[in-house]
Design a protein around this ligand. Sequence first.
Ligand code: PA5
Length: 440
Amino acid sequence: MLELNLADLESAKIGRESGLEVDAELKAWAPELDHYHRALLDRAQDPAAMLGWISVPEDTETARAVRRYAEGAAWAREVVVLGIGGSALPARGLYEALGLSQKTLHFLDHTDPLPVRRLLARLDPEKTLVLAVSKSGGTAETAALLLVFRRWLEEALGEDWRRHLAVVTDPEKGPLRAYARAEGIAAFDVPPEVGGRFSALTPVGTLPLALAGADVEALLMGARRANRRALETAAKSALMLFLLDRHRKKPVHVFMPYGRRLLGVGQWFAQLHAESLGKAKDQKGSRVHTGPTPLPALGPSDQHSLLQLFREGPFDKVVVFLRMKDPGEDLKLPAVPGLEAFDYLFEKTLFALQEAEAEGTRRALLEAGRPSFTLWIDRADEESLGELYQFLMWQTAFLGELYGVNAFDQPGVELAKVYTYALLGRKGYEEIRARLLEEA
Ligand code: PA5
């Protein structure tokens, strides 16, 4: 079960300049948080509010369909996921964190020709399944890679290419859905009321994960627990982050998991935070230009790089640690004659070292009066990660309420897409193209 340890935020420990009276603040804000919680649950009834992610963990029927498809695709050894932003980051974070090995997944969320060529040269089309994932069904990066992989499959397999391609997209709208219908290829839905970065537990995430061997039902079970505990956990951490920004001038939110496998979770956290909270307008339409800056870091690697800045640089950061209680598999360090200089490590484990590093960093920040707090998960398994993911979505939603912004749109991201389409001459974008060319 996810735990939140807020002790290192206490003013008594780190001083009044950066610290908070945690219990007093939680008490004072309890009615407000309760109100936001109820407001979010009420608004979730309206599909336009884009709060469908709250009920996604209840949808066990889709999870079963995903599992059946994955069982039928036992022939595939490798899966190429074409998608970007919310159609890649959450799933990749989970895949890496779970350390799955049933199939190798390749997430192509870029347009760099060299790695794409290298991958194509290495893959066996007979044993490759390609998933094109795009909620809108039209994002240029995903569309471009679909063109490449669709041609590659057909050249190698002839008419059998259809068995090697599946799409995850809006149930009705967009070119990807139309294409899947026209060609009769497998298609899964991204519910219209769930935004890209909040779609981790829809087939956007569950389909690739089920193919890689994940227990999707356990992911959803963990997420349902996060739903039940949203006020107890996510509301509190959101409040701390908000107060530290607004009242203690800490607008930089560092997210620092310990464990290489959790790197991708940090990258998704950055997307959730940045795309949801970086807004020019508040919920009433007034100009605000608000949003904390997320900064993903990784322990212990970044103890040897970013930590110096966190401890001694500007007093503008709060560090959120993410730690596991149990690594699952560990590795014992042998006693090696001749290497007694390192005897303090003999017979310990890699995880024990990692934990000592996390603890050392926490204390180094504490002594310097730098605020931090810790999220604990039991282990990096489906249930714990499902809970963590849903917790992070709730945290973002509460932050949206606290900052007074709509956390579920992304006008800046959409505008860059429009300009990309216009510059490439997509039909329907002629006027914008003419303006851009004139301004160039
Ligand atoms: O969170 C979001 O809405 C975005 O990051 C999208 O996921 C991203 O732009 C990709 O969009 P799509 O899934 O429509 O291809």
